[in-house]
Design a binder for this molecule. Structure first.
Ligand SMILES: Cc1ncc(C[n+]2csc(CCOP(=O)(O)OP(=O)(O)O)c2C)c(N)n1
Ligand SMILES: [Mg+2]
Length: 552
């Protein structure tokens, strides 16, 4: 007779799950035994938080929920940051947590936390499984909810006694494909009318444009309409950045070079914009009109209140919109003359020979060693702004950054997930010395899994981003510096390789050697963050003036 945990594992196999990430506790031992006898691999991590980051990234890259497993109380609570990461980032994920038995209580309150309640605000659904009979339907429901637009995390709590209980063999619920409806004709007509009337239209590609299902339709829309586009941080790569219509990425909310185009636009077609991102531009009473095109209706915010919405499956809806406007847009390229100046200003001084290296030089050199389909996964720190602004992308989901929860600690685990899914591509984690240390223990997991992965650490011995804000706000320099381990020895102690860049021209060869050598390789590069103030504050304040009235 099967046990509850056998049904659980069979239900996960029914969903096509191939790996589960996590740290089991004694409450999961039936589950672990059922996994041992299944087709699903159990991937141990060294902290539950990284298991959640990996599962969420699996969801982000494949569109199917990644799965993670922990014990009750302490283990489950270690998933909270990962749950928030998946919730804000719209990444499908299923978390399975253990619990003490619910039919008898032989350990009183030991380790018991109301996990289901704790996860309510961090998930789309959080449920305790109270009977083996409901396992197939609950699991099917959990996966559907995690995947449905807008995707996100769900939690199923499997108590120890339900997992170990003998159960009737119950049939699994078959999985079938679900198509997302296409936008209504009336909304397409209204949007087409606004676009044809626009004098200076601009497309913005946002976070939901990065969904694996979105990208083909988006490329077609940009190509057919010939309207120039910019991206949000999480929309990078969704239409080939190398195309001659790319105007830049909005890493700041206003007054960056890209805003010279945004401020002059009279219409922005916002494809897949999700307001969990730090605003790519600020809507005001006088600014451009906005058409929101996405899977779900717009969230109205003080800074985002579109005047028209095209809601439905993004790719096919954009195809229908392009059918209506293709070759009928005499003003499509009105903002294109600004492109060269914007891109030139952004790439200014990016080959400067200073040591420690400038952030611009680091971005430039990283781009040289990463092929078009190579993936960089960023942690959170000052360099994220530089990579978002300056790193050109050619393929969707080749820059994995988190402009939603913007948590530190996810860079290494998300890069590890990409390396597992795409062993034939170059994959690099880019971390600050602060963020790297938040999950650096996963070096052991990466070595154990025999991943090919380069980890680039930008060393400034500080929580640089906060130190920068402190300086911008004219506070004294205080409380944000620290010491580091010797990263080369640290890598060595994990059985990984390590190297340190000691000259301005040393980064490219160090990275090339790391990729060619294979395995897990950590490269440390000292960074000179004085450019933060020089460019992101002084230069932009002096050069980029907000446009009061759009010029006719
Ligand atoms: C988990 C978490 N804690 C704190 C913060 C606030 N925070 C944002 S960036 C940052 C500093 C990052 O330092 P580091 O990783 O060294 O990158 P740097 O900015 O120095 O390049 C901090 C503390 C955060 N985003 N996430
Ligand atoms: Mg730092």
């Amino acid at each position: 007779m099967p046990k509850g945990s056998d049904l659980m594992v069979a239900a996960l196999e029914n969903e096509g799950v191939d790996r589960i990430f996590g740290v089991p506790g004694e409450e999961n031992l039936d589950m672990v035994e059922s996994l041992r006898n299944s087709s699903i691999k159990l991937v141990l991590t060294r902290h539950e938080q990284s298991a959640a980051f990996m599962a969420a990234t699996y969801g982000r890259l494949t569109g199917k929920p990644g799965v993670c497993l922990t014990t009750l109380g302490p283990g489950a609570l270690n998933l909270t940051t990962g749950a928030a990461y998946a919730l804000l980032g719209a990444m499908p994920m299923v978390m399975i947590t253990g619990q003490k038995g619910i039919m008898k209580s032989r350990q009183a309150g030991f380790q018991i936390v109301d996990v289901v309640t704790a996860f309510k605000p961090l998930t789309k659904m959080a449920r305790q499984i109270v009977s083996t009979a409901t396992i197939p339907t609950l699991v099917r429901d959990a996966f559907r909810i995690a995947m449905e637009e807008r995707p996100g995390p769900v939690l199923l709590e499997l108590p120890e006694d339900i997992a170990g209980e003998e159960a009737e063999a119950i049939a699994m619920v078959p999985v079938h494909p679900i198509e997302i409806p296409v936008a209504h004709r009336a909304s397409l007509d209204r949007a087409a009318d606004m676009i044809m009337k626009a004098k200076r239209p601009l497309i913005m590609l946002g976070a939901a444009a990065s969904r694996p299902r979105s990208t083909a339709g988006i490329n077609g829309f940009v190509r057919r309409t010939k309207i120039p586009f910019f991206t949000t941080q999480m929309g990078k790569g969704t239409a080939a950045g190398g195309s001659n219509l790319y105007m830049g990425t909005a890493a700041l909310s206003e007054r960056d070079y890209v805003h010279e185009a945004v401020d002059r636009a009279d219409l922005i077609i916002a494809v897949g914009h999700d307001t969990i991102e730090k605003p790519p531009f600020i809507m005001g009473p006088k600014g451009p009109q906005v058409i929101h095109v996405s899977y779900t209706p717009a969230t109205v915010e003080q800074v985002y209140f579109p005047q028209c919405e095209v809601v439905g499956d993004v790719g096919p809806s954009l195809e229908l919109l392009a059918d209506r406007i293709e070759a009928r847009l005499p003003n499509a390229g009105a903002l294109l003359p600004l492109r060269e100046g914007i891109l030139r200003s952004i790439s200014d001084r990016n080959t400067e020979n200073r040591f420690p290296l400038t952030p611009q030089r680091i971005v430039h050199d990283v781009r040289q060693v990463i092929p078009e389909d190579g993936i960089i996964a960023l942690d959170n720190g000052m360099y994220k702004i530089w990579f978002a602004r300056n790193y050109r992308t050619y393929v969707a989901n080749t820059v994995l950054l988190d402009n939603a929860l913007a948590t530190m600690g996810a860079g290494l685990p998300s890069a590890m997930m990409a390396a597992i899914l795409y062993p034939q591509r170059r994959v690099m984690a880019v971390c600050g010395d602060g963020g790297f240390m938040m999950n650096s223990q996963e070096m052991e997991t990466a070595v154990r899994l025999k991943l090919n992965l380069v980890i680039l650490i930008l060393e400034d011995s500080a929580y640089g981003m906060i130190r920068w804000k402190q300086a911008v706000d004219e506070f004294p320099d205080f409380g944000l510096t620290f010491g580091n381990p010797d990263f080369v020895k640290y890598a060595d102690s994990y059985g990984a390789k390590g190297s340190r860049v000691t000259t301005a021209d040393g980064l490219i060869p160090a990275l090339e050697a790391a990729f060619k050598g294979g395995g897990v390789h950590l490269v440390v590069v000292p960074v000179d963050y004085s450019e933060n103030i020089r460019v992101l504050v002084d230069e932009l304040r002096a050069k980029v003036k907000p446009v009061a009235e759009p010029a006719e």
